[in-house]
Write a protein that binds this ligand. Structure first.
Ligand SMILES: Nc1ncnc2c1ncn2[C@@H]1O[C@H](COP(=O)(O)OP(=O)(O)OP(=O)(O)O)[C@@H](O)[C@H]1O
Ligand SMILES: [Mg+2]
Length: 489
């Protein structure tokens, strides 16, 4: 099997590549090896016992022949006796004399001879294999001590074929037994290992994979079992590690949120304080009657900065506090915003307030002020970037479309660079000019989204840019059941 098993889960190895398969294959191999180690001596000993059996029979046959009257046997009887003993020739040696006891009619050449009186194990094993691998039907001579003590040495000659056949039968039996045994043993070992080792390992692996998909999800942390062994230790270690990691990640996202909040605070604080700064510059000329005009604005600006900071710190997170909506005269708000912005713009930029005097917007005054300030600041910066050849114009106009107030901020600047357009409203993604952070539009869009509206880039190009701020009126909840409810109460 090469590729991954399609049925298995992604990330899990196929059966033969996984631990289970490896353990199964290894157990079968090792049991087989054990069987082979047992097989070698047993086949050698089988051969020796078989030959000794023949020798014992031959000795009895020889003694029987000797006991016959005058030691003379009829040829038929002799053949019968030799056949019964399974040998061709038997001779006995007593002291110095060697006596041929029985021999068959035909003559046979002895192909190999063996002495069973002193056999070492390696030779016995080698001889046994020689028998099984021998293609010819040999005649072998075998020497041994007579088992019935009828003399000092007995020698027989016999055909090897019956021995080979018996050995092959024995070998096949052992092979069959080995296969059955190895399947049983391998199955048992596999089962045991599976329960003790592989299943817990799989649980660990699966848990690691699911945890890795979402490390912040505390419900994915492993629940350690009560095992005392290495797996138990691994589970507990993993549990601790995952807990630490999850805690760390949560801490990190909290810090990231806090970082974003701080960036936003300092961003808009900069806008507010820069206006306060400009105004206080003017206040320095105390004799000037304009003090009367600017002093209240300074106070309002600073007030706004303070309440903004207080609100952000109170919420302590990246989200803006929910808008406190009221019906505002948009013309007033636009006037306020332009009044502050004009102090920061160069003299060749003219700011127009084209908002119809009676037009109302249902919005948070503070938020709307910040939104328009950001749009106006961007417009002024864009126009100023352009150089001196053209007078800059920035216009705020507005109209209503049913329950929706549409506000337009239009300039005659160079347009928004192509590359920042796709991520215009994403924090830190769109800064294209020196000193820009890329937060202004992101904040403005978020504030308007909280009103259920949106900021759209309406048009941009060499003739200028227009943003539309869409602010729908808040939905008034009608309560038709109120009177009935009071009656029931
Ligand atoms: N009216 C406009 N004309 C041309 N380019 C604009 C205009 N408004 C926005 N841009 C471009 O979009 C970018 C993103 O504006 P955004 O207000 O989000 O960030 P910023 O002005 O760069 O930084 P800051 O956070 O100080 O406002 C600007 O850098 C500018 O290149
Ligand atoms: Mg900006």
């Amino acid at each position: 099997m090469t590729g991954r098993n399609d049925l298995s889960q992604p990330g899990e190895p196929g059966f033969l590549r996984g631990l289970s398969g490896k353990v199964l294959v290894m157990t079968i191999l090792f049991v087989m090896l054990g069987e082979i180690l047992i097989f070698l001596p047993s086949i050698a000993s089988f051969r020796i016992q078989w030959l000794k059996g023949r020798i014992a029979q031959a000795e009895i046959a020889a003694l029987a022949a000797e006991a016959a009257p005058d030691s003379i046997l009829s040829p038929d009887l002799r053949t019968e006796i030799l056949k019964g003993a399974g040998v061709l020739v038997v001779s006995l040696t007593r002291g110095e004399t060697r006596k041929l006891m029985l021999r068959s009619e035909t003559d046979h050449m002895i192909d190999a001879s063996y002495d069973l009186r002193e056999v070492s194990w390696p030779t016995a094993v080698a001889d046994a294999f020689a028998v099984m691998l021998e293609p010819r039907d040999r005649v072998i001579g075998v020497t041994d001590k007579p088992p019935n003590m009828s003399g000092d040495m007995i020698e027989v000659a016999l055909f090897e074929k019956p021995l080979r056949e018996a050995m092959i039968r024995f070998g096949l039996n052992i092979l069959l037994l080995s296969v059955v045994l190895s399947v049983i043993v391998a199955g048992l070992v596999y089962l045991a290992l599976n329960i003790v080792l592989i299943r817990p390992m799989k649980r660990l692996t699966r848990n690691m994979m699911t945890f890795a998909q979402d490390p912040e999800d505390r419900s994915r942390i492993i629940v350690p079992s009560n095992r005392k062994d290495e797996i138990g230790i691994a589970e507990r270690e993993l549990h601790d590690m995952q807990s630490d990691l999850a805690a760390m990640l949560q801490q990190k996202s909290r810090l990231a949120a806090l970082g974003l909040a701080v960036a936003k605070v300092s961003h808009d604080l900069r806008n507010m304080l820069s206006s306060a700064h400009v105004i206080s510059d003017r206040l320095a000329m105390a004799q000037d009657p304009t003090v009367k005009r600017f002093a209240p604005k300074l106070i309002i600006s600073l007030d706004r900065a303070i309440s903004f900071l207080t609100a952000t710190l109170k919420f302590g997170r990246a989200d803006e506090p929910p808008p406190m909506r009221e019906r505002l005269l948009l013309n007033d708000v636009a006037e306020e915003v332009i009044d502050t912005a004009v102090l920061q713009a160069s003299t060749r930029i003219v700011l127009f307030n084209h908002v119809p005097p009676g037009l109302e917007v249902d919005a948070d005054r503070e938020h709307l002020n910040r939104v328009l300030t950001n749009l106006l600041r961007n417009a002024i910066q864009a126009v100023e970037q352009q150089g001196d050849e053209q007078d800059g114009r920035v216009t705020i106009s507005a109209w209503r479309e049913g329950a929706v107030a549409m506000i337009e901020v239009r300039d005659n600047g160079p347009g928004i660079p192509e590359r920042v357009r796709p991520k215009l409203f994403e924090a830190f993604q769109s800064a294209a000019k020196p000193g820009g952070v890329g937060l202004g539009l992101a904040i403005a869009a978020e504030l308007i989204r909280a009103h259920g509206g949106e900021i759209r880039l309406h048009a941009t190009g060499p003739e200028g840019t227009a943003f539309h701020v869409v602010v729908p009126d808040a939905v008034v909840e009608l309560r038709p059941g109120r009177r009935g409810a009071r009656n029931r109460a």
